[in-house]
Design a protein. Structure first.
Length: 282
């Protein structure tokens, strides 16, 4: 298992190659604080935020800090902190925030055909070459290759979701903006009307525009993001159900338990118990 790592003052970037024998030794906790791009070859299995995939083709998964995942198979884990490259700050460069990262509609995954897989492998290899060298301007070269990988992946994601045409650029920006707002405010704003106000449209208009690109309603998207965070907190912290509810903006513990149970088809305590016992949780 080859592991390359560089620190530039407060900036960190690393790259880790693994195979079926070594993937299991990669500890979630070690990389949880980082933003990650996970390249997996066909045949691999991966779970990201309780969504499971068995890959029939190579794929790239875009995993933000704090997002839960596990995987098996062969591939590469590229990781970096926000000081090295923050997608929100550099959004005008790569336009991936709300799509590849902070996407409240779906798990950000890009499935690769043979040509795009070769391109991804090439860019990852260029990053590894830079990490292994001590050349001047190494930091900026790595960042250039990282941006290329993100930009190419954003284009492929848009194309796969039928958003690649320039004529729908305004719609892309709208769904990105809604995704960004939900990610930023889901612990304090739980109602569709709140987000409609932020977007200066009516709740009905918001629902209509989101329905063009997602089978889920805005209310579904908001509630699913809340429950996803609750699941993460249940399995990765010792907070009580009541404390988790407060953290997510619910003053009434009983209401929060009902909401979780309705959304997850199990109670918070049973969800935690099943996970700790190693049972498969959907």
């Amino acid at each position: 298992m080859e592991h390359l790592l560089k620190h530039f003052f407060f900036k960190t970037v690393g790259c880790l190659d693994f195979d079926a024998n070594t993937a299991g030794s990669i500890k979630y906790e070690d990389y949880n604080p980082f933003i990650k791009i996970l390249f997996l070859e066909a045949g691999a299995e991966v779970m990201v935020d309780f969504h499971e995939y068995t890959l029939e083709q190579d794929a790239l998964f875009f995993i933000k800090d704090g997002q839960w995942y596990k995987f098996s198979g062969k591939g590469t884990l590229l990781y970096y902190n926000r000081d090295f490259y923050c997608v929100q700050i550099h959004d005008t460069e790569v336009a991936c925030d709300g799509l590849l990262y902070n996407n409240v509609y779906d798990i950000p995954v890009v499935f690769l055909d043979e040509q795009s897989s070769q391109q991804a492998r090439h860019l990852l290899q260029e990053i590894k070459n830079e990490l292994a060298a001590e050349d001047s301007n190494m930091e900026e070269m790595i960042r250039i290759f990282l941006k290329q990988l993100i930009i190419r992946s954003t284009r492929m994601w848009k194309k796969a979701h039928e958003l690649g045409d320039n004529s729908v650029a305004q719609e892309v920006e709208f769904i990105r903006r809604f995704s960004q707002l939900v990610e930023a405010h889901y612990t304090t704003h739980h109602n569709v009307a709140d987000y409609a106000d932020m977007l200066n449209i009516t709740p009905k208009a918001l629902s209509k525009r989101i329905s063009r690109h997602s089978p889920k309603s805005p209310n579904d998207i908001i509630k699913e993001r809340i429950i996803l965070e609750a699941k993460r907190l249940l399995i990765h912290t010792t907070l009580s159900v009541k404390e988790i509810g407060y953290k997510l903006g619910y003053e009434d513990p009983a209401y929060f338990v009902r909401l979780f149970t309705n959304q997850a088809d199990t109670s918070p305590l049973l969800f935690r118990k099943k996970y700790v016992e190693g049972e498969k949780v959907q």
